[in-house]
Design a protein around this ligand. Structure first.
Ligand SMILES: [Zn+2]
Length: 307
């Protein structure tokens, strides 16, 4: 029995994973607003103790703990060097958890954990070369070649959200212009929906937003699409074009057996997948949606000991 911790920019999910790689129990909590790493780990530790409580499984039954963190990690020293939305700066994540739970603790980047989860027990189980693409606030990437995660120099490989697709485009949070995540992340999609709705508030998508009290998320566009909204259709076509440009770049570099799309909007399933395959065109690389969904990062983190 192992514990997998999937730390995201705004929340954390913790799961108890059995020897067949099933998530038996999970807990989660919001991490937004944490100012220090000790505040953050207070929340994470609480989730782990809650897990012991709801599962009735005590710490002495746990073989190891794995944690996936967003941002830049130093695997040798067990640190998160920095992390966009979280108060982590050279934070000794591994020793903090080891001290609390007295277990062997494994660390990797969150997208690598998602890729590792899909490879060990998800849709990519039968393949040797795969690229995981997680669509969220940014775009994360996990690269698995010949059954191994590729970490690169200083563990910085897989930053696929920052491949440049438009040198005249928008400035990215990383400082460069026209990174893929400025046009193909879920955040980019949400921003586009917001600005279109301002132009055409009486469109179907405008009504969807109004019904949600002005709130726009990754689902808004897909709800409007299902109601036959033309504005939503145009937004979606532009989005697919930008998503497919990046996917094609990745295919040309790695020619993997499989590309796995994860992150919140991957839950749209075939509504996203089928048009994406069409936009990419005839290709030997299989494009699939994550089969573990929200559990990919938890399972991958719990299985880091196998790396
Ligand atoms: Zn960038």
């Amino acid at each position: 029995m192992r514990i997998g911790i999937d730390l995201g920019g705004t929340s954390v999910a913790v799961g108890l994973v059995d020897d067949e790689y099933n998530v038996l129990y999970r807990t989660s909590a919001k991490t937004a607003g944490c100012k220090t790493d000790s505040e953050l780990f207070e929340i994470i530790n609480k989730c782990v103790y809650e897990l012991f409580e709801i599962s009735d499984i005590s710490n002495d039954k746990i073989d190891s703990i794995g944690i996936g963190c967003p941002g830049s990690t130093d695997l040798e020293r067990g640190l998160v060097v920095r992390s966009g939305n979280l108060p982590l700066s050279n934070s000794p994540v591994v020793s903090i958890l080891t001290e609390e739970f007295k277990k062997k603790v494994y660390l990797d980047n969150d997208a690598n954990c998602a890729a590792w989860g899909e490879f060990n027990s998800g849709i990519a189980k039968s393949v040797h070369n795969m690229i995981m693409i997680t669509l969220g606030t940014g775009i994360g990437g996990g690269i698995l070649i010949n059954d191994k995660i590729i970490h690169g120099l200083e563990n910085h490989a897989g930053e696929i959200g920052h491949i440049v697709v438009d040198i005249n485009g928008k400035r990215c949070a990383c400082g460069r212009i026209g990174c893929w995540e400025t046009v193909a992340s879920t955040r980019a999609l949400i921003e586009r929906v917001r600005s279109e709705v301002k132009q055409v508030p009486y469109s179907i998508i405008g009504k969807v937003v109004a019904e949600n009290n002005g709130y726009v998320d990754g689902r808004t566009l897909f709800t409007a699409l299902k109601r036959g909204c033309k504005v939503a259709r145009d937004i979606f076509e532009d989005y697919l074009e930008m998503l497919s440009v990046g996917v094609l770049n990745i295919i040309d570099i790695f020619r993997p057996d499989m590309i796995v799309i994860g992150g919140g909007i991957s839950k749209e399933g075939d509504t996203l997948l089928l048009p994406l395959r069409e936009a990419v065109g005839e290709c030997s690389t299989r494009i699939e949606i994550s089969s573990l969904n929200d559990n990919a990062g938890i399972i991958g983190a719990a299985l880091l000991y196998k790396k």
